[in-house]
Design a protein around this ligand. Sequence first.
Ligand SMILES: *[C@@H]1O[C@H](CO)[C@@H](O)[C@H](O)[C@H]1NC(C)=O
Ligand SMILES: *[C@@H]1O[C@H](CO)[C@@H](O)[C@H](O)[C@H]1NC(C)=O
Ligand SMILES: *[C@@H]1O[C@H](CO)[C@@H](O)[C@H](O)[C@H]1NC(C)=O
Ligand SMILES: *[C@@H]1O[C@H](CO)[C@@H](O)[C@H](O)[C@H]1NC(C)=O
Length: 399
Amino acid sequence: MAMHNDIFALIIIIILSLISRSSSIDEEQLDHNYWQEETGYDFQAYPSNIRSHFDYNSTLLERGAYDDGLSRFSRLQSSIKTISVDSFGARGDGSDDSEIYGTVEASDDRSDYSKDGSHWILFDSVESLIVEGGGIINGNGNIWWKNSCKINKALAVTFYKCQDLIVQNIKVQDAQQIHISFEGCANVQASYLVVTAPENSPNTDGIHVTNTQNIQISSCTIGTGDDCISIVSGSQKVQATDIICGPGHGISIGSLGARNSEEYVVNVTVNNAKLSGTTNGVRIKTWQGGSGSASNIKFQNIQMQDVKNPIIVDQNYCDQATPCNEQNSAVQVRNVVYQNIKGTSASDFAINFNCSKSFPCQGIVLRDVDLVEDGGQPAKAFCNNVNLSNIGYVSPHCS
Ligand SMILES: *[C@@H]1O[C@H](CO)[C@@H](O)[C@H](O)[C@H]1NC(C)=O
Ligand SMILES: *[C@@H]1O[C@H](CO)[C@@H](O)[C@H](O)[C@H]1NC(C)=O
Ligand SMILES: *[C@@H]1O[C@H](CO)[C@@H](O)[C@H](O)[C@H]1NC(C)=O
Ligand SMILES: *[C@@H]1O[C@H](CO)[C@@H](O)[C@H](O)[C@H]1NC(C)=O
């Protein structure tokens, strides 16, 4: 029996009547407390039977998955406004999936992905969609992490070319690679998401944003083996607010400019974040030889705890087996404000601007920055090819 048919068996609840929710979303976003308390939602209480907490007039859209191991929701009718990922799914125990659990689990047989190794759950070109529920999406990533994951990329949940999208109250764990990816989307609100994977799981970014315009990511708790949030090429107007991050590689813009590409990221604000035990805090990383820019970026109200590189711009990023040769072009880093950033660094260098010789970092502002080493000793700043100004109390200071 095709194991994955059972494992992937999905019951998707489509709620045809859109509940009036815009006002409550705004309140939630303002709320700095995290949602376990605020919403009374408790993952431990799940899995439970979906029917018991869905009283809407719902339609079962789809039961079972495609042969390629993909769950695909393409071009849903515009009348469909909400998909609840609450608790669909069934166990691959070979029986009929009349027992509903609160977890969607991925097949752990990699051959199930042979037709499309790059996606698991894909929302393709959907407009005006709400994805929510409180369920758990479990990518069962262990089998992938052991294999060479850079060859076969699989994303757990991908939103591709979606517009006017709300994604909220979902837990995604142990993704094959990236947990939640927004690609080519516009007008997105992603909130109350919890993403977890082990610290040593490779390439398991929490929330990945690429080519996406106008996205608000708020009240999310992310701990994985890679970036909590990664914002890459073509992204504009990205706001991340009330983020708890760690373990992981921190909040990153980039990498940009790999393989001599021209890439742009503009208008990013990270406001109110707490990072603990991460390898980076707020990072911008670009490869030598690229072009384009990362500009108009604001990192503010950020608390660092035991973070290895709290503030870092690395324009010599080189994530490959062979060394990267020095090149004359670079992605320009311009107009970046670091404001009210406090806490502790796990390394000597709490501030590291390792900018390009040919394209120095321009318009960097440090305002009210107070970072010390873990033990409380003064930290250091490494500042290479950077044009920066200090406002208020700034420590450490570029010499
Ligand atoms: C559910 O919706 C259908 C189609 O709109 C309608 O005919 C039916 O009466 C509804 N059922 C309930 C219980 O509201
Ligand atoms: C970035 O933000 C600035 C200021 O709000 C605005 O003038 C500019 O048009 C934005 N750029 C893009 C590409 O969105
Ligand atoms: C700056 O980048 C260069 C080139 O990658 C690297 O050798 C050096 O160690 C970096 N310096 C710091 C302080 O990170
Ligand atoms: C630093 O930036 C300011 C403002 O953009 C500019 O006027 C100044 O010439 C720059 N200095 C250097 C050394 O690049």
